[in-house]
Write a protein that binds this ligand. Structure first.
Ligand code: PEP
Ligand code: MG
Length: 846
């Protein structure tokens, strides 16, 4: 924010000769009725801003303009005398009211000849209209150069200068220009960080760049501003907390909106191809090969199948604003839920964020404003929403920055999702033949996430690029894919045999039999392995030397539990109970919750363990019905058990609901983010109290998640007081390595195979076993085949893995020898880097 100054210098707005105000042949100015100041007899014809401030008044005849400085000083500039008569003739305004201008910025251009001929005088007055703020006026004399020399120095009265433009409830504030430090400008991720921060303020907040502005609470609007590295932008806010908002948002921009902006710019990668840059596409010399860009590696042999986007027709006329508004609200809410479900199907959290970003688009104030405005014009909800998302999608698609342009596809995707819901059209499940290689102009992230992997072997799109969300998802789902492929692909008939090489970005027509056979053999081997694993899914996971390891499931609801049982899971090692609490406006009741726990417990049966983790949310995932201040460091704030202990009623209700399912399975309650024994004692007291109150007689184990390094280090002390540990390696890794688990740039380094993390796992197991307690691992590492021999060697008793991986994990355990694994663990725990650990472990997997 601009610092209030006790002395303000006004640069000459025009070149010319300084004239004392008293000598101006107009009593209004000469007698200082408007205020004190100075006059210039001009020799230049572009009026420049004499100081930084806001254009608070621009006369309709464009001959006078007022700039209000952050100090509150109002500077009126009046070009010529009696020029109001010209009714704007000869004046061109370069700014509009509300603009923030910098010193030297052109304000009004005027036709000197015309004004000289038609007006009384060209003398231009610079007057401080609230002269009471000024103790002393020090005008320059003689000739001055516009924008270069000081025309007038103001010494402010005592107490003035602390007066800012921000007065009263509806105050306004703005920052100095800020150079955007992000190497790739404000693309999707920093825009989202910025918009989220802006949303925590009540004020209306804008980002302003060279006269253009964007709603700082709208991701699409920020992206649409296409702010590049080094661009200067300003933050401007109006409202009760304007000053605080400008301060916070400015600081956020200066520090890169969550991106690392310290180092040198990343080396320029070859520009990923997209619709715009891809033409003309590089042609292969081989007429049988169509080339594009690798979007997701892997080989697939299959047959061409063209996919076309279904047309959604909408009627323009609405059935009344109330009805249409309700329709839109309902569709937005339902779309949110659909996306939530989609997110839970994607095991890779950073990829699930793509759909979290789609959810944010559903709340984007600018998108909604367009839709609501159209409903206000008696349009139907479908029509209004279509206009809104197409407006923004087209705007983004037209941007020069191809990463931002690629996000148009996301807006269309989420836009069409809502549109289908309004129109009551079921999302037509893509009917795809076996062994399909999909061909399309464009696929959406939703199409990609919901592809039937039993039939779709790969896909090619003529549009899109390697940085698109579709490509990112394809990689995460292991679907070989090519983007930006030669448009000749559209000519291939359905059913044409092809080999898709996602790694090289090539699609081969007319493959030879030998090639197909070779690839099919490799794939068949993989498939046979999977089949054998499925066939043996119900056999226990016992090592060759007879040690049983319990392989159980991480679940997020009843469906997962049922699927897990079908795939041979021996129970549930982690129910993430958050799904019961999110996306609602009030807390779930005890009855509601208990019904779901009971359903899951029944799906498992009394011979299977059911570990329910209590609510694990916090500042990063706020609940609308709980007062939760935004956290500066949400992962280090009031989350997990800390939040539950701060809201005891919430915890008591959940514990009671969970306990009521005790008769239907082997129930265990687990608490997340435990850091201290005091927490353990308190949660145990609550469980005991509720158990007694409910008269539950079954054994219910009480355990904790080991996610905080302090807890791993003190495992022995904790083991004396709990029944079991489950190691949450996702969080344990982030807290041990001090790396945000969702940080895009640290994704590779935030590796649970870091020896620091592995040694903490070892300490946890040692501590637990000293007191005869069992230890599970429920973080992502338990689903990674490479890590399994090591975890067994360390002595982990239970592996809680993602549901689809269970048969493979069990099969793998059966091939291992515990004694050998122990030797391996002793060796690996001595290694110094994650790379060394991976290199050693990769020798064991084929
Ligand atoms: C973990 O932290 O490893 C864990 C399993 O919990 P979540 O991923 O739900 O934080
Ligand atoms: Mg965790």
């Amino acid at each position: 924010m601009s610092n209030p100054a006790t002395q303000i210098e006004l640069k000459a707005p025009l070149s010319g000769v300084m004239v004392p105000l008293e000598k101006v042949p107009d009593p209004v100015f000469a007698q200082k009725m408007v205020g004190d100041g100075i006059s210039i007899d001009p020799t230049s014809n572009i009026l420049l801003a004499p100081l930084t401030g806001k254009v608070t008044q621009l006369h309709s005849s464009k001959h006078a303009v007022t700039i209000t400085a952050p100090s509150g000083v109002e500077v009126l500039m009046h070009i010529g005398l009696d020029t109001v008569m010209l009714k704007g003739n000869g004046f061109i305004a370069k700014v509009k009211e509300g603009d923030i201008v910098d010193v030297g910025q052109p304000l009004i251009e005027f036709d000197m000849d015309l004004v000289a001929r038609k007006a009384v005088s060209l003398l231009t007055q610079i007057v401080i209209t609230n002269s009471d703020l000024v103790a002393k006026f020090i005008p320059a004399t003689g000739l001055v150069q516009a924008g270069q020399q000081t025309a007038l120095t103001l010494q402010l009265a005592a107490g003035a200068g602390s007066v800012t433009a921000n007065t009263g409830a509806a105050s306004e504030a703005y920052s100095d220009p800020i150079k955007v430090p992000n190497h790739t400008g404000l693309h999707a991720r920093p825009s989202a960080v910025l918009a989220n921060a802006a949303k925590t303020f009540q004020s209306d907040i804008k980002l302003v760049r060279a006269g253009e502005e964007a709603n700082a609470k709208s991701v699409v609007a920020i992206m649409g501003l296409e702010v590049q590295h080094g661009d200067e932008i300003r933050v401007r806010a109006a409202g009760a907390d304007a000053a605080a908002a400008v301060k916070a948002i400015s600081e956020l921009i200066q520090t890169g909106c969550g991106e690392d902006v310290g180092g040198p710019a990343p080396k320029a990668k070859p520009a990923p191809m997209n619709i715009k840059t891809a033409k003309p596409k590089p042609k292969s010399d081989d007429p049988n090969i169509l080339t594009g860009v690798s979007a997701s590696p892997g080989l697939a042999v299959g047959n061409v199948f063209h996919v076309k986007q279904e047309e959604i027709t909408v009627v323009e006329q609405g059935e009344g604003q109330q009805v249409e508004k309700r329709r839109l609200d309902k569709a937005l809410k339902d779309a949110h839920q659909q996306l939530e479900a989609l997110k839970s199907e994607i095991t890779d959290a950073s990829k699930a964020e793509i759909f979290a970003a789609h959810q944010e688009l559903l709340e984007d104030p600018d998108l909604l404003a367009i839709a609501i405005a159209n409903i206000g014009k008696e349009k139907s909800a479908a029509f209004a929403w279509k206009v809104a998302f197409n407006t923004y999608a087209d705007k983004l698609a037209g941007l020069k920055n191809e990463v931002l342009a690629g996000r148009a596809n996301d807006i269309r995707d989420v836009g069409r999702r809502v549109l289908r819901l309004i129109a009551g059209i079921e999302e037509a499940a893509m009917v795809v033949p076996e062994n399909a290689i999909l061909i399309a102009e464009e696929l959406t992230p939703s199409d990609t996430a919901s592809m039937d992997r039993t039939k779709v072997l790969g896909f090619c799109t003529t549009g899109g690029g390697a940085t698109s969300h579709v490509a990112i998802l394809a990689r995460s789902l292991n679907i070989p894919a090519i983007c930006g492929i030669d448009e000749d692909v559209m000519q291939l008939a359905n059913g044409t045999p092809v080999i898709l090489d996602g790694t090289r970005g090539t699609l081969r027509k007319n493959p030879s039999e030998a090639e197909i056979t070779d690839i099919r053999e490799k794939q068949a081997k993989q498939a046979a392995k999977r089949e054998a694993e499925l066939a043996a899914a119900f056999q226990p996971a016992v090592t060759k030397d007879g040690v049983h390891v319990e392989v159980v499931a991480n679940i997020g609801g009843l469906d997962d539990a049922e699927q897990g049982v079908k795939l041979g899971s021996e129970g549930v090692g982690l129910l993430r109970s958050e799904f019961l609490y999110l996306e609602r406006t009030d807390a779930p009741t005890e009855d509601e919750q208990s019904q779901i726990y009971i359903d899951i417990a029944k799906a498992l049966g009394t011979d299977k363990t059911f570990v329910v983790r209590t609510l694990d949310v916090g500042g990063d995932k706020p609940l609308p019905y709980l007062p939760m201040p935004a956290e500066e460091n949400p992962f280090l704030g009031v989350r997990g058990v800390r939040l539950c202990l701060a809201e005891p009623e919430l915890l008591h209700t959940q514990v009671r609901a969970v306990l009521r399912s005790a008769p239907f399975s082997k129930l265990a309650i687990m608490f997340p983010m435990i850091t201290s024994l005091e927490e353990v004692r308190e949660v145990k007291r609550i469980v005991a109290e509720e158990k007694a109150a409910l008269g539950i007689t079954q054994e219910v184990q009480v355990g904790i998640m080991v996610e905080v390094p302090a807890t791993a280090v003190l495992a022995e002390q904790f083991a004396r007081e709990v029944d079991f540990f489950s190691i949450g390696t996702n969080d344990l890794t982030q807290y041990t390595l001090a790396m945000d688990r969702g940080h895009p740039k640290l994704a590779k380094q935030a590796d649970a195979m870091h020896p620091g993390v592995l040694n903490l796992i070892n300490m946890t197991v040692q501590g637990a076993h000293k007191h005869g307690k069992w230890v599970g691992v429920c973080g992502g590492i338990a689903s990674d085949p490479m890590a399994i021999p090591l975890l067994l060697g360390i002595g982990v008793d239970e592996l809680s893995a993602s549901v689809p991986t269970i048969p493979a994990i069990k099969a793998l355990v059966r091939t291992l020898d515990k004694a050998e694994c122990q030797k391996l663990a002793t060796e690996v725990l001595q290694l110094g880097t994650a790379a060394e650990v991976r290199a050693r472990l990769s020798q064991l997997v084929d």
